[in-house]
Ligand binder design. Structure first.
Ligand code: GCV
Length: 717
């Protein structure tokens, strides 16, 4: 077929694809390259962009080329072949570019790491280049983002490199396709039909991740199943890895510690046993025959019933290092989780991870990275930062966020989590004096770490819009952006996402991003204000359950965390209580210990406070608590009002879906307020202050509510 016909054909296909699948169901995420509606800007871009020249022939370059053609055809409403503006786009890695162009970039490239890129205007060209093809792909997405967010494309001089090595999603997906704490349908991975049936969605998933710089994915649940390590499943994993590879997305698996016994026929999984070591060595070798760039293992050991080295009288170092040794020859890593707590430790669950891990600082191998949740309990709407951050100067350590909303209303509640991620990154550990932020711990700069990482528990499933709620796509997006650069501003990210996903219209962007930013504090206020935590109902964690006190393990009961009684409420973690504050740097401990300096948002996390204690605004604790709940409910009402004003700016489908979900969120915020205030009122014995709505039902009514089929429940609990 003559070249021009070929192009016409492929251009028509792109348009056909766009119109056939153009729907507002959210499937296209932030990569919906709708034609720019501002005609002046459209003309300007058309006059600036000339032809596109790609250099290189890897699969990754092919993806970048397809992306730019699709993006430009969509955004500019014309065949990218027909562009004849001022600047040609020259795209390729340094080693593939023509020498006369490449040499102009040698300086910039010196400052890039292997995934970074440069976008620069030179005479009549805009050049996107990098050390690697993956860097080129990231640069291509960034260039398209400039068009999507309607920024200037003249005089460009952009260099950017990720600040963190491993930027990874953790899927808590089971082999039967259920998803632990998943609220967006089933697992994307159709294990039954893999490896032959390759759902096109796998590629769409990889492409979306690449567009925000995510470079790894753990396919399986940390509550793991050894079967995924058998040849039958490794073939399936290989099929996924092959699809993901051109997008720079490495595959990792969860490794069940007892696998040598369960699938290997050994009598023990003792990490110091020669046969066990050998089994893992062989298993790892086998995995690399299927997936030559396999990333490594994520391990939950001796936590919530998962097997681990302690079953054999060994410790975390023994377990992690044994796996690390097997992976080292292939440059694989072990991400070993620090989410451990025991019912036999009667002190304070918040202290246990630090106690188990920090004494082993410096003993883990170089390819082990300890994965630590952002706070010391468990992904609450707000937690102080985990005391392990900055406390292990000689151990690689990564942070784990939970993008899926186990403790924040599942996929029903609009909560913009990058605000939470940002708050954690900005927290000051004081481990090397003022300014020792969590971001510096995590990007490795505080203690000069060898490997760095950020993990996010995925909120993705088979729902057509991927995340169950259109706005929760922003949490996937924002996670990726902050994993790339933990110093970014969450509000800027929100605006960027709104522009790419909905509209560039100024009032719309302002209103919607403000609503997103507000949403994080709203959920804290209507669920767990002033430092309350873990008062969610049992098992599914859906809805309030501050009264729960009958579970077998003390630290599974909400009463363990709020300790409400007639004298007050809150967990005393100061030296007069559990002394968990001693695990922080002295400056931080002193701040938390002192009622005067402890941030009120963390008050009940660290102190047991009398009901009539005076808050900084002059209210008693009881009044302040009640008013915070009301504030949370009012904030959701405000979110509803904002959204309802925007009906004409959003397509009907997404408008209505979000509207319905906000209505549920309001109802549930009110439920949280009523149930919690009625419960705590039994102890405070004080009237609700003026401005707080009376509860709709009795406490007993709320206590009797049952949700046996709430989604995301952990099957074995
Ligand atoms: C995957 C919490 C959740 C569990 C989860 C666990 C973990 O306890 O409720 O579902 O298990 O955290 O992070 O391992």
């Amino acid at each position: 077929m003559p070249r021009c016909l070929k192009w016409l054909f492929s251009f028509s296909l792109i348009l056909l694809f766009q119109s056939a699948t153009y729907a507002t169901d959210g499937y296209k995420l932030w990569l919906d390259y709708k034609t720019i509606s501002d005609s002046a800007l459209l003309k300007e871009y058309q006059s600036l962009l000339g032809g596109i020249q790609f250099y290189g022939n890897s699969e990754t370059i092919e993806k970048a080329s397809r992306e730019i053609q699709q993006g430009i055809s969509g955004l500019l409403g014309m065949d990218s072949e027909k562009l004849n503006g001022k600047y040609r786009l020259v795209i390729g890695s340094y080693s593939n570019l023509p020498k006369d162009i490449a040499h102009q970039f040698s300086k910039e490239l010196e400052y890039l790491n292997k995934e970074g890129y440069v976008i620069k205007s030179i005479s009549n060209s805009i050049v996107i280049t990098a050390k690697t093809d993956i860097g080129v792909l990231y640069g291509t997405f960034n260039f398209l983002k400039r068009l999507q967010t309607q920024q200037s494309i003249e005089n460009l001089n952009i260099t950017d490199s990720p600040k963190i090595d491993i930027r990874i999603l953790n899927h808590w997906d089971n082999l039967d396709r259920t998803v632990e704490r998943g609220y967006a349908g089933f697992s994307l991975w159709n294990w039954h039909q893999l490896p032959e049936y390759k759902d096109p969605r796998y590629e769409d998933y990889a492409r979306a991740n690449a567009s925000i710089g995510i470079n790894g994915t753990v396919l399986t649940n940390v509550n793991s199943n050894a079967l995924v390590l058998t040849p039958q499943y490794l073939e399936k994993v290989k099929a996924l890895a092959d699809i993901f590879r051109p997008y720079g997305l490495k595959v990792y698996l969860t490794a069940r510690f007892s696998a040598p016994m369960e699938i290997g026929g050994l009598k023990t999984a003792d990490p110091l046993h020669a046969e066990v070591k050998n089994w893992w060595k062989n298993k790892v070798e086998e995995i690399y025959t299927y997936i030559p760039d396999f990333g490594g293992f994520l391990v939950k050991a001796n936590s919530e019933g998962q097997p681990g080295p302690q079953n054999y009288g060994r410790n975390h170092v023994d377990g992690a290092n044994m796996m690390a040794e097997a992976l080292a020859p292939f440059n694989g890593v072990v991400m070993w989780r620090a989410f451990v707590y025991s019912e036999h430790d009667t002190t304070d669950r918040a202290k246990q991870a630090y106690n188990e891990f920090v004494p082993h600082d410096g003993q883990f191998k170089d390819n082990v990275i300890i994965q630590v949740k952002n706070g010391p309990i468990d992904f609450q709407p707000r937690e102080p930062f985990h005391p392990m951050f900055g406390a292990m100067a000689n151990t690689n350590l990564m942070i784990e966020f939970q993008i899926t909303q186990e403790y924040m209303g599942g996929a029903t509640h609009l909560v913009y989590q990058p605000k939470l991620f940002e708050e954690v990154f900005e927290a000051d550990t004081y481990r090397k004096g003022k300014g020792s932020t969590v971001a510096k711990v995590i990007d490795g700069s505080l203690h000069n770490k060898k490997i760095t990482g950020v993990a996010g528990v995925s909120n993705i499933g088979t729902d057509r819009n991927w995340t169950g709620h259109h706005f929760l796509q922003a949490n996937w997006y924002g996670f990726g952006r902050l994993a790339w650069d933990p110093y970014l501003n969450s509000e800027d990210i929100a605006k960027e996402w709104v522009k790419m996903t909905f509209s560039n219209k100024e009032p719309f962007v302002e209103k919607v991003s403000a609503m997103m930013i507000e949403s994080r504090e709203a959920v804290v206020n209507y669920m767990t204000p002033l430092g309350l935590h873990h008062i969610m109902a049992t098992g599914h964690h859906y809805g309030p359950g501050p009264w729960v006190s009958d579970l077998s393990r003390p630290e599974w009961n909400p009463v363990y965390y709020h300790k409400a009684d007639n004298s007050g409420v809150g967990f005393d973690r100061t030296p007069s209580g559990s002394n968990a504050t001693a695990q922080y740097a002295p400056e931080v401990a002193a701040m938390f210990n002192n009622l005067e300096t402890c941030p009120e948002e963390d008050l009940l996390w660290f102190h047991h406070v009398p009901w009539n204690y005076k808050l900084k605004n002059g209210h008693t604790l009881w009044d302040g608590l009640a008013l915070k709940y009301q504030e949370g409910v009012n904030e959701v009402a405000q979110m509803q009002a904002t959204w309802n004003q925007l009906e004409n700016d959003v397509d009907a489908q997404r408008f209505n879906e979000v509207k319905m979900l906000l209505n549920i969120q309001y109802k549930e915020a009110k439920w949280w307020q009523d149930a919690c205030l009625l419960y705590f009122q039994q102890f405070s014995k004080m009237e609700l202050p003026k401005g707080v709505e009376a509860p709709a039902h009795t406490l007993q009514y709320y206590q009797n509510l049952q949700f046996p089929y709430a989604p995301g429940i952990r099957p074995q609990w």
